[in-house]
Design a protein around this ligand. Sequence first.
Ligand code: MG
Length: 473
Amino acid sequence: MKTNLGLTTIWYYILLFYLISAAMARGQKHQVKAPNFIVIFADDLGYGDLGVFGNPSIKTPNLDNMAFEGQKWTNFYAAASVCTPSRAGLLTGRLPVRSGMASNKNRVLFPDSKNGLPASEITLAEQLKEAGYTTAAIGKWHLGHKEDFLPTNNGFDSYFGIPYSNDMDRVVQKGGSEYWNQPDDSIKTTHFNVPLLRGTQIVERPANQNNITKRYSDEAVAFIKQQGENPFFLYLAHNLPHIPLFASKEFLGKSKRGLYGDVVEEIDNGVGNIISVLKEKGFDDNTIVIFTSDNGPWLPFKNNGGSAGLLRAGKGTTWEGGMRAPTIFWGPGLVEKGVITDLGSTLDLFTTFSAMANIPVPNGTIHDGVDLSKTLLRGAPSSRNSMLYYRGTELYAARLGDYKAHFITQGAYGEFGKRIVYDVPLLYNLAYDPGEHFNIADAHPEVLKQIENLVLEHNSQLVRGKNQLIDRE
Ligand code: MG
């Protein structure tokens, strides 16, 4: 009897020792080496466009697998509902209205725009360089195409990509709907005289967009292959599935969802190649990959635009379909598996990655992000419990917990109605009603009051940046 007790005690201590060692090893793994970060940013991909987010026709096995191995975030927001401000928000961790990268007139930058992201803004790349990161930007930039504003002058060691939207610099004379209503195969990559840059130099014009997705993914794989001990940050911002849509021969005609599906499936294939090379290099233990989208689907393009799934409206609006993005975090050595229904935003990446790389967020500048690292690493509740929905420089809506109030609503691109300013804001419970169908403002004046207080507090500290989108040549 005594012997048995003794043995049990010994086994107990062996088990305790093992558990403590394992916990310490796990803790050390988080602290010893700064993690690598990869942001894969799709353009105009809707909430309902991935298999794992419910699309019944588009096959995205690699992204689905990332979600199963990592975290699928169902309440994750882009910083804005159109390209330029959304990207400024992600890379600075600040609401675009603060940096001046938001405007009511020109909502994005154009090829004749004079300005871009102000030099005073600290980008995530500049921030991570403080901790010795190697940094690379691949793909769409859209934060200023003039040399001073390009990625290599914003903290990135290298850049390869089209510096703005792939539908710009159009050289065909046909008008808007007449042009876009042509059969898909009448729309050629040569119709868009967009430049392809390496560093600050144009290396191809017009950029051949037929294989641009493949080339961006291959460039990302090549970059990862070159990496060694030094931590790295890779920002891969695809130009697609923003219209015009192009896919490589290998993917053309393969998806049940037509050309749009072909494009998304090619992006998914590139994601698979990136995950494979991370595993080959042994980086999978210490790398966090996030996949998300810059804004909702461009719905007026019908079959050539994506789907917001169960959400209302799309790109350009402050309805959920405009800003809630299908988001996946992956990193088998770091990210706790699960589905996260708490709030998150691309605005949080600056703060979160800074915390994980052990770099303080710069003093003296207001940041709008929260640190999501505890949610990523341990599945703890998210530190974000509110979201502000700006259209240009005006606050249209605000979310607090599950409730969202619309002070102003407005459609975009000729759909979803004219601008309405509400005396009593619309109120939706997004947990029950993600499609924003049932206004419950009358029943919850106390919730409206709380949201209005949140906005008052925000407004009291808001310093608006000088509009950088307005000046054109
Ligand atoms: Mg976009």
